[in-house]
Write a protein that binds this ligand. Sequence first.
Ligand code: MG
Length: 379
Amino acid sequence: MQITAERLEVSMRITRILAYQVDLPLHEGSYKWSDGKQVIVFDSTVVGVETDAGITGWGEVCPLGPAYLPAYAAGVRAGLKELALQLIGYDPTELTKLDRQMDALLKGHPYVKSAIDMACWDILGQTAGLPVCTLLGGRYGEDFGLYRAISQESPEAMARSAAGYRSQGYRRFQLKVGGDPDTDIERIRAVRSILQPGDRLIADANTGWTQHEAMRVVRAVRDIDVYIEQPCLTYEECLSVRRRTDHPFVLDEVIDGIDVLARGKADMAMDVVNLKISKFGGLTKTRQARDLCVSLGIAMTIEDSWGGDIVTAAIAHLAHSTPGEFLFTTTDFNSYVTKTIADGAPHRVNGRMAASTKPGLGVRPRMEVLGQPVLAVGA
Ligand code: MG
């Protein structure tokens, strides 16, 4: 490879931003978690960022319905409509500058910015001829282990589901609890009973328990090898539970930026955090959080709220560039949904996955699946 000084001086401009809406049905028919929440069909938004260099980058964002995080599918498109025109003319390869610019143009709404940032990482990778994984710090090992989320059902049904996924190679299981505490205790016991030593079990309440309910559950499963994830709604409630249990502890929904990571470290509020790309506002901010967690000695679940092939590819690049001892777990959302929206995305092999070695994210959207854009800004 030869890189000339002329090449390094070339700047690139965003010429057009396109958004596509795509429905992602589920193989299991539905996905259920705390307090009776569920999604039947995921509503995902794919973003294409075109440049004057003839390179197009791709990103995707898919909220977990409207009642999980402060994010909703139509909000992605409304936010893009607000933001996209103002980004025409910016250099997509200057990712930190672009991230700051998006924050200056639209306060908050991190999930709106996530797919644009993802697409610009894809552009940078294609321009450099390097996979995003390399740009994010380098590839650790051949592949990495995945977790499977076990949708909330009866204890027996969840144990059957976990056994089925275990036979497919998964060794890490995230149980959707956060319902009736007595049933949740049975759910945790039933699923742990079908696992083997070394398998990892996480009881994720997704904020669904009140503080006293959480205390009852953690006490009742004290003899069980299980991680407790985000038992209650607020940081303070979670911290109170954390200080009165000896289970390893994961924080997720309240971890949405650097300030709460720093506070959590100071309070010793968790052993593991869950970093979702769109919760932070893209790969740029999630990479910053990931690197801080490595420095602070905090392990991570690296994922997103949901998504198809493009989100799965982005997760894989971030996960594969994370030192193995800090990658608590990650997941392959494209195997949960029935629709393939892009070729080149990574796929699970025996419960494990690897990031693409192709330049950028390594995905090629299936335009016949995406259809016509719902938003096209620029020329
Ligand atoms: Mg969680």
